[in-house]
Design a protein around this ligand. Sequence first.
Ligand SMILES: C[C@@](CO)(OP(=O)(O)O)[C@H](O)COP(=O)(O)OP(=O)(O)OC[C@H]1O[C@@H](n2ccc(N)nc2=O)[C@H](O)[C@@H]1O
Ligand SMILES: Nc1ncnc2c1ncn2[C@@H]1O[C@H](COP(=O)(O)OP(=O)(O)O)[C@@H](O)[C@H]1O
Length: 297
Amino acid sequence: MSVTVRAPAKVNVQLAVGAARPDGFHDLANVFLAVALYDEVTVAPAAELKVTCSGPDAGQVPLDRTNLAARAAELLAARHGLEPAVHIHIDKDIPVAGGMAGGSADGAGALLACDALWGLATPREELLSLCAELGSDVPFSLVGGAALGTGRGEQLTELPVGGDFHWVFAVADGGLSTPAVYAQFDRLAAGADIPAPQPSPALLDALRTGDARALAETLSNDLQHAALSLRPALSETLSAGLAAGALAGLVSGSGPTTAFLAEDPTAAEAIARALISSGTCRTARTASSPAAGATVR
Ligand SMILES: C[C@@](CO)(OP(=O)(O)O)[C@H](O)COP(=O)(O)OP(=O)(O)OC[C@H]1O[C@@H](n2ccc(N)nc2=O)[C@H](O)[C@@H]1O
Ligand SMILES: Nc1ncnc2c1ncn2[C@@H]1O[C@H](COP(=O)(O)OP(=O)(O)O)[C@@H](O)[C@H]1O
């Protein structure tokens, strides 16, 4: 017997970052939007915990106990006095270390899959709090759709979305470390007065009405400057996407993936082709949003 869960990637349509907190995290107004690029996590009984991974970037995924899917299985098992004796297979389609929350998707996916495999029927609220123990972005991978994340991003308020948005993701060579990007944000902001992060009313309105042009005007990412200063070549990718007709482009979360909003699916395909032939990224993918959160298949 095995259980498979599909879990989505995300793009941050707004990432407002406050000052560093005493615990090392930053308060956020993090507007998440789930996009239709998915990892699939399959769990099956085994003699002991084991992780395998397939997909184009599988070689970059740790297969030891640091894998977020393994940590999720261990956390849920410990909560119930069980042994995490499962084989977890990750079929990975989400770019690794790209600012698209692929590890978080696998953490939420493994949690949901193990819950079903072990017949635990854990209440949703408890699953969400286990997700928050695994990482700031993990609760959103469970919820999907669109949501405002406050605190360190783990306290979610679901948001209405009035239509489909069409994206192109330019995948960079190599990843960027999330802690390194936040540390660079702190260095660049040193001495400045950092306001408390707030969601943009105009952006929430654009999501609610499904207006791509209005969303394009309001996209923002306070980590972009830090990501670009660590990886200056990303500004060429942003220019190439805009020259190809994107309504707007920005760094996805901590990067280095860049995200471009397109008018419609046809425009998205044309922008992806132009980005690939520009030579400013490793590859480019199209995906629509919103997408559902982690779901048993
Ligand atoms: C930047 C964002 C935007 O959604 O995601 P990515 O773009 O990396 O996917 C998130 O804030 C990343 O969330 P996640 O990757 O879950 O981070 P965590 O594991 O909780 O924390 C990793 C490290 O990132 C930094 N961190 C994370 C969240 C936060 N609100 N403030 C922080 O300063 C801390 O240095 C922390 O030790
Ligand atoms: N299941 C997983 N998939 C990918 N990376 C993982 C996973 N578990 C742990 N990691 C580690 O987390 C780091 C960040 O990966 P990922 O979640 O893909 O990117 P991001 O945090 O930029 O969204 C990776 O470099 C890797 O070391």
